[in-house]
Design a protein. Structure first.
Length: 380
């Protein structure tokens, strides 16, 4: 069966809770979307605000505090929020390739600690992190055990390789700019790495499918050989389709398939939202003409406006003190769409007011070079 681009777009929106907001518990929402990129502390909150009906930020605060969801460096070596249930498999799936990248890097080897010595030290560091520890405390502990020059290089590697997550530190979004760390309070994954990768692939397809093996590689940054090993374990479970270009796509058998004509209200997505970056071919959600506009060479992905399920512009808090949302549209939008965006902006202003009205202010320099067909100040 060959799928249309519109079918793929609507399937992605439905599975990512972006076709319509859902009345769903926070932990269930995080599970549904597989992972929320958390490079910015605000990201998971704004991601859920876009997806959950009547979302209360305090519910995510509580889920972090109670370790129902965790923030950790996982896919693409980037911070993500995932459920505590998913974390063990995701960590095991990613850690072997992270080890090769980290333990062979001069930023680790400069400390003079061998890989065997680092592995022997790791259980002690995990035990030390049974209580929340700052970066300085962890580096000092490592330096005391492994040598005065080892603290920073070893922790630079360990923060990706150990089952250690970010500890909530307060602030508007549970985590501040100076992180603390905590040993993951979860049962370890039982099984071979290929089995963990199979779990990760299945969860990715549930949240983003149908997709290709190269899409899976884009989302995870895993090489194709381990992805193929994971897919081999799922061979009897997955269904196959053809994409609009005739290339093979894989999916779970019970994935959501809303009608192609399903309406999709505008959304104001956070920076780095995974729906913008989860595919090799991002045209499923990001028109090719706008891919390099919202995605920058340094990895920044701008807070984006979805119109009818596709990126149509970007947004930011008003650069002055009027408290509104500035929307830059890359092409002309009709009056009904602007009315819907006004409603979204009013809700967003109310949501941000209690937390961080000037969220993403530090990224305002990107707006100096944006193309635009129309710029409007909404909800000011």
């Amino acid at each position: 069966m060959r799928l249309t681009a519109r079918q793929l777009n609507r399937a992605t929106l439905a599975r990512q809770l972006l076709l319509r907001r859902r009345r769903i518990e926070v932990v269930d929402a995080v599970h549904a979307v597989a992972a929320l990129q958390a490079q910015s502390p605000a990201g998971p909150y704004l991601g859920l605000w876009n997806r959950v009906s009547s979302f209360d930020a305090a519910d995510l605060d509580r889920a972090y505090a109670e370790h129902q969801v965790v923030k950790a460096s996982l896919m693409r070596m980037t911070r993500h929020t995932v459920t505590a249930e998913d974390y063990p498999a995701f960590h095991v799936a990613m850690v072997e390739d992270l080890r090769r990248g980290r333990l062979g890097d001069p930023r680790f080897t400069v400390g003079g600690v061998s890989i065997d010595e680092a592995d022997a030290l790791m259980p002690h560091v995990i035990a030390f992190a049974a209580d929340a520890r700052t970066k300085a405390e962890l580096e000092a502990m490592i330096a005391e055990r492994a040598g005065t020059d080892a603290g920073k290089p070893v922790w630079w590697a360990y923060r990706y390789l150990t089952p250690i997550v970010h500890a909530p530190t307060g602030g508007p979004w549970s985590f501040g700019d100076r992180p603390s760390y905590l040993a993951a309070r979860v049962e370890p994954f039982v099984g071979e790495r290929a089995a963990a990768i199979a779990v990760l692939i299945r969860r990715y397809l549930e949240a983003f499918g149908p997709a290709s093996a190269t899409d899976i590689g884009m989302f995870t940054m895993l090489p194709q050989p381990p992805i193929k090993a994971g897919l081999a374990l799922l061979a009897d479970e997955l269904v196959k389709y053809e994409g609009p270009d005739g290339k093979p796509l894989l999916d779970v058998p019970d994935g959501q398939w809303p009608p192609e004509d399903s309406p999709a209200r505008p959304r104001l997505l956070p920076m780095w939202d995974n729906v913008l970056t989860a595919y090799r071919d991002r045209s499923r959600v990001v028109p090719e003409a706008y891919r390099r506009v919202i995605g920058k060479n340094n990895g920044d992905t701008l807070p984006s406006v979805l119109v009818d399920g596709y990126v149509a512009g970007v947004w930011r808090p008003a650069p002055d003190a009027n408290g509104g949302i500035e929307v830059t549209a890359f092409h002309r939008l009709d009056a009904a769409t602007w009315d819907q965006l006004e409603s979204e902006a009013r809700s967003l202003v109310s949501f941000l007011r209690e937390r961080q009205p000037d969220v993403y202010r530090r990224y305002g320099h990107w707006w100096k070079t944006l193309p635009s067909a129309e710029v409007r100040m909404l909800a000011g």
